[in-house]
Structure formats: C-alpha cells, structure tokens
Design a protein around this ligand. Sequence first.
Ligand code: NAD
Length: 367
Amino acid sequence: MQKIICGENCYKQIGDLLKQLNVKKYMLVCRPSFFKMGLNEYFADIETKAVYFTDFTVNPKYEEICVGVDLFRKEKCDAIVAVGGGSAIDVAKCIKAFVNLPNGEIYFKQKLVDNEIPLISVPTTAGTGSESTRFAVFYYNGEKESLAEEYWIPEYALLDHTLLYSLPEYQKKCTLLDALCQAIESWWSVNSNDESKQYAKTAVEKIINNYRAYIFENDPEAAKEIMLGSNYAGRAINITATTSAHAMSYKMTTLYGIPHGHAVGIGLAHIWEYMLNNPQNCSDKRGAEYLLKTFEDIANAMGCNSAAEAVEKYKGILKELDISGPKATSEEIGVLASSVNVGRLKNNPVALSEDVLYDLYLKITQR
Ligand code: NAD
C-alpha cells in the first residue's frame, strides 16, 4: 500500500526514508529543472550516495530509458527516487521494471516481473498523478507506449506543493488541464466504480475551486489543493484509466509538439458536447440514463446546473487560460483521425467512429 506524505518541505524526509529502507546507493531521476529549483542543495546533504540520471526528454523515449537502465546496473544502485513531473516519474518506473530483464530483446515486449527496488516519487507538476498510478508512458519510434503494472506504484509519494511555485505559468496551465481531464474522464469512464468516482469528484472540486488562485495569484493554499487534486485524479485513473480526450491527444503531441496537458485539454469540451448529443450510442453497460446522470453529477461538481452549462464553463476556462488548438490542414486532420487507437477508446462511454473523430479534430483545430 502506497504511503502518501503531504506538506511544505515534506520532500526533505527522503534522507530518512532512504536510511530506513537500508539503501546503499540510489538513482535520482530528474530533469534539469531540478537544479534550477535549487533542490540539489538538500540532496547533496543526504548521506546515502546518489547517482543522477537526467538524460531524458519530456515525453521520454524508450532509448533514453535504456541509458538509465545501463547506468543503474553499472553503478549497482538499489533504489530509485524520482523528482519531477510525469516524464521523470515514468522514466523511474520503467528503469525499475527493466533493470532485471535480460538484454537483447526490447524490454517492454518481455514479460515484466516484480522486484524489490524501492521507488520514491516527488511530483513537481500537479498534472499526471503518475506518483500514484500504475501507468508509465514513453515513446517508441514516435508512437506512444503505455505500460501498466501495479508493482511499480511508488512506495512513497511526497506531495510538497511548494515545489509547484517554480513552474512556468504555461506549464502550470498544461498540467492543471491534464489533471482536470483525467478526473472528468475517469468519472465518465465505463470502468468507473464508487471509489474512483469519489476520487474524481474530489479532484474536480479541488481543481475548479482553486485553479484561478493557483495560476494567476500563485496562492500557496490553492497550490496545496491543486497538488492534492492532481493526486486524487491520478488515483481515479489508476482504477479506470483515461478515455477519449487522452486517446486523441497523443498524435497532437507528436505531430505539433504540444505538451501533454495542452493536447488533452483542447479536446474535452468537443467530445463532451458530442456525447451529450448522442447518448443513444452509449457503450456503458449501465445505460444512457446512467451516463446522462453522470454528466449532471460532473457538472454539479463544477458548480453548474446542467452538463451543457458545464461544457460552456470548460470552454470558458480554456479561453481564460489562453489555451487553443493548433491550426491543421485537412490532410493532417485525416492523419490525426486515423491515428487514434480504437482499443484505447474502449473506455469511452459513447462509441466514436473515425468519421466522428475527424469532425472532432476539425473542431479542435478550428480554434
Ligand atoms: P513533464 O514531466 O514532461 O515536465 C514538463 C517540463 O516542466 C519539463 O521540462 C520539466 O523539467 C519541467 N518542470 C517540472 N517540474 C517543474 C517545476 N516545479 N519547476 C520548473 N520546471 C519544472 O510534465 P508532466 O505534464 O508532469 O508529465 C508529462 C508526461 O507524463 C507525459 O509523458 C505524459 O504522457 C505522462 N503521463 C503519465 C501518466 C502516468 O500515470 N504515468 C499520466 C498522464 C501523463
């Protein structure tokens, strides 16, 4: 069972945790932002030896993860600490999973097996919830790969909202949208249950009530709520996985280089509107009436009286955040529509054909 520790400076418990876990040498997985944030001052004082691994990009690539695997083996590390956003935490999960596998065959195509390597995560973005999910995302040959393993959910997640203060405003907007979409998508997912819906509701409320003060006023209390909201959204998708807004985002990230949260955020309102107008195509076994009631519940958590009002409110938030879709040619829209993995749309409560996807991308890219 994961232990979640929250509060200002809680990441400074890592030294003690490493001692308690009897770690001799740990791998610290982080991006260059770690140094700009001044975190190295604390980590330099930790008695346990550290090996830094920083050679990976955002939306990490499989080949980069392999470099980390080699380094972990060469340095004989026995634990991993990930400090960063979803990219760093996902790299850490994959290193843990791949490090005991034989060389030669592509790691993620082999059977992954559990191991005892402790993993501690410190999120520095409030978006992916990766610190509490069984998912890890990376790119192989330009295509998104997502693995899911229960055993690599970090033993510890240290949620320190003060680490969000250094996030650039645009980055804050992107990661916030990722968390909000995760929560909404989890809520309407065909896989939802009472527990996931409670997590999703908590996440939606925390994010909707605090996003303005978090982004535009750098309010510490709001940052705390957003950090927690993002974690609840992560716990929600850990049960349900995400749905269409996520499935439609990946090609926009690779084609236009749009950050993950931005790419996810621009699709949600159009998808929701389509589903609201086409409940007869409901694919949730609980039925169309259940789905429409779920939409109302989500709307209420957003402070709206109807789902239609919530769709408009969501569009208003995008405007307020100045987040819009990329311009696309009709050829590119065709590429986007045919890129969506239909398997990944199975969690969506309303079936979306390729024609519907084309229309949705058209709307997303009309701005
Ligand atoms: P990120 O980790 O890619 O980081 C984005 C940028 O912000 C990086 O340059 C990073 O160095 C910088 N940064 C991070 N924290 C900072 C801080 N506090 N101050 C200044 N700069 C900071 O961003 P992300 O949105 O958290 O993660 C996106 C990745 O997570 C994608 O690869 C996505 O597919 C994946 N993801 C994973 C899951 C999961 O459950 N595993 C869920 C959703 C998304």
